[in-house]
Design a protein around this ligand. Structure first.
Ligand code: ATP
Ligand code: MG
Length: 421
């Protein structure tokens, strides 16, 4: 016997009926982006490794530990994308989109890759739906994005998701904050993990994001960026809050949010699910402003902001709700004898061409086994074709959930189904 080959660890197969949950969530996401006027981009899953090193940042867990990096046959260093913002910004610069329009709003939906320790809601291939807006530094843009995500959670009936916001300052106020952090953590360096001790000089902000419990405990007493914001960043943050209030979007200010990427400035935010099924993987999305990222990747000095939602976690929560999201075809066609199959297939093909979802058992077999299949698949109606029905051009349409069958002419079946659909 040949040996079995398993899928790659941390990368999931998605099978029915769970795929129906994903289709539902993705459809709702696309509807949300449409209604806010965000247009879709699709970038490759592979990028030049330098793109992520320069944007996400060398000191981050993502670049430092989690990237799938390899050399291609020509010796280039490529990486599977761990997130969607850097590729989107790369494409924005590469296609000089700022020359076409002053304000660009894009969305993407697709797989991301991080070599992480797996558990519920944390995988090595996972999916994000993300939005990016380039060209608006105004707080209205921040709030539009938060509003969009919150409306989406409502649309997929997850009202328990909460919004937390923070400000990370900018070039004017962050350096002083980094010095304050450095001074604080230097005083406690013996309690820091090895990684954080290395971060202390290069990027003390990253310590706040460390998952090590002892570092997290220390981080609780660290100075907060919010206390050191410059007047311009303070005014921006205050306006974000005022606009959230005006739209009656509930939020909590959480000075501990730093986000796992280096490129954020000013507003940073996270969406948290209360459901215990996700455990410590309770963040269902996050985002932030990155006003210097486009310029730092060689583009023009244009501000940007975006968010990414974790679809795996959201689908887990939606699936918990036990909602019936699968959609069975409307009609099952069964045949009594092999001689009726040609007429049945012609009828089915005609109905499908008109857009009806129709199912039949390609193996033929006994009527009993065909009807068993129809019962299991949840179709609403069944039609049985035998010699008699074929010769008369009429058959009985049977409602599968009970009720009286009715006699229909086969050539009128489509207009009848239209009324019943
Ligand atoms: P976490 O703190 O849970 O590691 P993160 O800050 O690394 O999250 P982001 O980079 O902000 O995550 O990505 C946005 C969203 O993508 C997260 O809120 C989460 O829902 C989802 N996500 C991130 N990493 C994974 C993963 N390995 N598996 C599944 N979903 C993920
Ligand atoms: Mg992470």
């Amino acid at each position: 016997m040949s040996q079995k080959i398993s899928g790659v660890k941390g990368m999931n197969d998605l099978l029915p009926p769970t795929s129906a949950v994903w289709q539902y969530v993705e459809k709702k996401a696309r509807q949300m982006f449409d209604s806010f006027g965000y247009l879709e981009i699709r970038t490759p899953v592979l990028e030049d490794t330098a793109l992520f090193v320069r944007s996400v940042g060398e000191e981050t867990d993502i670049v430092g530990k989690e990237m799938y990096t390899f050399q291609d046959k020509a010796g280039r260093s490529l990486s599977l994308r761990p997130e969607g913002t850097a590729p989107a910004v790369r494409a924005y610069i590469e296609h000089a989109v700022h020359n076409l329009e002053p304000l660009t709003r894009w969305f993407y939906l697709g797989p991301m890759f991080r070599y992480e320790r797996m558990k519920t809601g944390r995988y090595r291939q996972f999916f994000q739906a993300g939005a990016e807006a380039y060209g608006a530094k105004e707080p209205a843009q921040d709030v539009e994005l938060m509003d969009m995500a919150m409306q989406f959670f409502r649309a997929i009936e997850l009202p328990g998701v909460s919004l937390e916001i923070n400000s990370l300052g900018d070039d004017a106020c962050r350096p002083a904050y980094l010095s304050a952090l450095n001074a604080y953590f230097s005083g406690h360096s013996a309690q820091l993990c090895d990684d954080c001790r290395a971060r202390l000089q290069r990027n003390p902000l990253r310590i706040l994001d460390c998952k090590n419990p002892q570092c997290q405990q220390l981080a609780k007493g660290a100075p907060a960026m919010l206390d050191l914001l410059c007047p311009a960043c303070r005014a921006h943050f205050d306006e974000v809050k005022a606009k959230l209030d005006a739209l009656e979007i509930p939020y909590r200010v959480n000075p501990r949010i730093v986000r796992g990427l280096d490129y954020y400035t000013r507003t940073a935010f996270e969406f948290l699910a209360a459901d215990p099924v996700l455990g410590t993987a309770g963040a269902v999305g996050g985002g932030g402003r990155y006003d210097k990222l486009i310029a730092s990747l060689g583009g023009p000095d244009i501000p940007g902001i975006g968010f990414a939602l974790g679809l795996d976690r959201l689908c887990l929560l939606v699936a918990q709700g036990n909602r019936n999201l699968g959609k069975a075809p409307i009609l099952f066609v069964a045949i009594v004898d092999p001689g009726s199959q040609a007429v049945a297939m012609k009828l089915i093909s005609g109905l499908r061409r008109q857009g009806f979802a129709v199912d039949f058992d390609t193996r033929g077999g006994s009527l009993k086994s065909q009807m068993k299949r129809a019962d299991k698949s949840g179709e609403r109606f069944a039609v049985v074709l035998g010699e008699d029905e074929v010769s008369k051009g009429r058959a009985r349409l049977k409602p599968m959930q009970g009720g009286e069958p009715r006699s229909v002419a086969l050539d009128e079946l489509s207009s009848l189904l239209k009324n019943l659909a």
